[in-house]
Structures are given as C-alpha cells and as structure tokens.
Design a protein around this ligand. Structure first.
Ligand SMILES: Nc1ncnc2c1ncn2[C@@H]1O[C@H](COP(=O)(O)OP(=O)(O)OP(=O)(O)O)[C@@H](O)[C@H]1O
Ligand SMILES: [Mg+2]
Length: 298
C-alpha cells in the first residue's frame, strides 16, 4: 500500500511539469495514450480486493452512463474518483451498494463482487449490503432525530445490540471513531440537525460506522464544508482507512492527492486511467488524464 503523500497541487506548476513530462517522455520514447483510446490504462486490479467490479455498465433508459468499467477496491485503501461533471462518478459509486436500484429506469449490468459474492444478483438483500457498504452524501443528511438516535437506529434494526448498555457503547464508540464524541457527549439528546455542517457530516460518518461496514462510499463529502471542517474530515478518512476501505468522489484534485492511495479518472462514462495517486497526478499515462489534471479540460 502506498502511503499518503503530501501534495501541494498548483495548476501553473503542473502545466510546467506537463511540458517537462512531454519532453522527457519524448526522449524516453514512452508515448502517452492518445485521447481517442478508451481502454482503461493502469492497474485497475489489486491483490485481495475488497470489491471487484467487472465489466460494469449503467444505463438511464437508453442512455449509457457507465461503459464497461472494471475496477477493484482494495482493503484499507482510499480510492478517489475524479473527472469532469457528468462523467459518471456518482453513478459508478452508487453501483457499489446497489443505490442505483432506487432510481427509476436505471439498469446496471456486469458483476460486482464483495467478499466473493456478486452483489448484482437479484437474490441479494440490499439492506445488509448497504450496512456493509455505507454511504455518506454531499449534503449531510442526519435523520430528524436526536444525535443518539441517529447512531442507534441502524444497530437497532440490524440487531447489533443485546441491550441498552450495548447500544450506548456502540453509540459512544461510533462517535469516537468519527472524531465527534468530545463535541457531543453532553448533548446526545439534541437534534442531529442542531450541529454544524462539518459536525453533521461526521455524525453521518458515525452512523455509517455504527453498523460495522467494510466499505464507506463518500460522494463529495466536503463540498459543502469550509476548509477547517474539510481538513477534519480528510484526517478522519486517513484514520478510518486502517479499518475500512473508502471510495471518495471529489472535484478537488488537491483533496484526491492529499487523502487517496489510488485515483481513478473517469471521462464520459469510461474509466480512462487508474493507478497510484502520485503516478496519476505526476505521470499520467493517458492524454485525457493529463488534460484534466492540468486544467485543460473540465
Ligand atoms: N437519475 C438520472 N436519470 C437520468 N440520467 C442521469 C441520472 N443521474 C445521472 N444521469 C446522467 O448520467 C451521467 C453521469 O451522471 P453522474 O451524476 O454519475 O455524474 P458525476 O460524474 O457524478 O457528475 P458531477 O460531478 O456533476 O456530480 C450524466 O450524463 C447524467 O446526466
Ligand atoms: Mg456526482
């Protein structure tokens, strides 16, 4: 597993680096993959994947939004999905816990294995699946309940607590894992919606953690937060990946560079390139990736 690396991404310096990359590539005669090529370049597969996606297609009616995407999510890794608006990041993310089932006229094909089981089989019960593969959305969405009940709800319906003491323990440890306990321990009966945006997002992360997930999906989890709350969530993600796999969709390349181990670049429904984050940002192999990270596209 690669380590999180410090990236202080700047478009101008990246452009200059892009020029240098082209020159050094020319001299090393390793050609960049041309824009027209749509086969995924890079290492889409990992050893011992937590999730393995094979030939996934998604259609909204007759419109194809995801085209034959194969991608693994490893254990204890953070995978960032980047790409221009409308390229299919959220659509693909929703495949990983069958959330596209909730969208009329959305059809998913292909195989997605979680711990060796194909979650696209009709017989799969999506309720435990969505506990195993939890989701945090762009806009924090606490239930209209107390802080305590926001966390206790899932463990209760999944039968994870024997009694009240057990449930109290799950609530406390989930809030601790989400880095929120010290801020809320004396106001557990207050509404979840009374918290700040950043606290609400951590409450939603605690809610996902409370039902023992294996994977946490995050769709632009910081886009409604200020830089301080964003930094808190990013640090939390880095801590949480010791226990969980995390897939994050982000429009911030700085964020992808700061937190992720691998980065996947999507373009018009195709997975164009995937690889170690530092490679994707510093030495992209596909022209479309380079266009995007240097600010020439999207
Ligand atoms: N519910 C839907 N019904 C029909 N088409 C949809 C639906 N949701 C998404 N699409 C289409 O599928 C494509 C991919 O959309 P998606 O929301 O996955 O993109 P995205 O990469 O997450 O974009 P953004 O960065 O703006 O969030 C787009 O062309 C979009 O218009
Ligand atoms: Mg989206």
């Amino acid at each position: 597993m690669s380590v999180v690396f410090e990236s202080r991404f700047s478009f101008t310096s990246e452009r200059r680096k892009g020029e240098r990359r082209r020159q050094s590539r020319a001299s090393a005669s390793t050609a960049i993959v041309p824009r027209e090529e749509r086969q995924t370049v890079g290492a889409a597969a990992v050893e011992n994947p937590r999730i393995r996606c094979m030939d996934v297609n998604v259609y909204y009616g007759s419109k194809q939004a995801i085209k034959n995407v194969s991608l693994d999510i490893g254990s204890h890794e953070i995978v960032a999905m980047i790409g221009p608006s409308g390229c299919g990041k959220s659509t693909f993310l929703r495949c990983l816990n069958r959330m596209n089932d909730t969208i009329d006229n959305c059809r998913v094909t292909g195989d997605i294995f979680l711990d060796g089981q194909n979650i696209n089989e009709q017989s799969i019960d999506v309720v435990p699946l969505r506990a195993k593969v939890g989701m945090v959305f762009q806009k924090p969405n606490p239930f209209p309940k107390s802080i305590y009940e926001n966390i206790a709800f899932g463990p209760r319906i999944h039968g994870l607590a024997q009694d009240k003491t057990d449930l109290d323990e799950i609530v406390a440890t989930s809030l601790q894992s989400a880095g929120l306990w010290n801020e809320v321990k004396d106001q557990l009966d207050q509404p979840g919606t009374s918290l700040s945006g950043g606290q609400q997002q951590r409450l939603c992360i605690a809610r996902a953690i409370a039902v023992n997930p294996e994977v946490i999906l995050m769709d632009e989890p910081c886009s409604a937060l200020d830089p301080i709350a964003t930094a808190v969530i990013e640090n939390l993600m880095i801590e949480l990946c010791a226990e969980y796999s995390i897939v994050i969709v982000t429009h911030s390349m700085q964020q992808a560079a700061r937190v992720s181990h691998r980065t996947a670049y999507f373009h018009l429904g195709d997975l164009i390139e995937v690889g170690a984050t530092e490679h994707v940002f510093m030495r992209p192999m596909h022209q479309l990736t380079e266009d995007y990270i240097t600010g020439r596209f999207g």
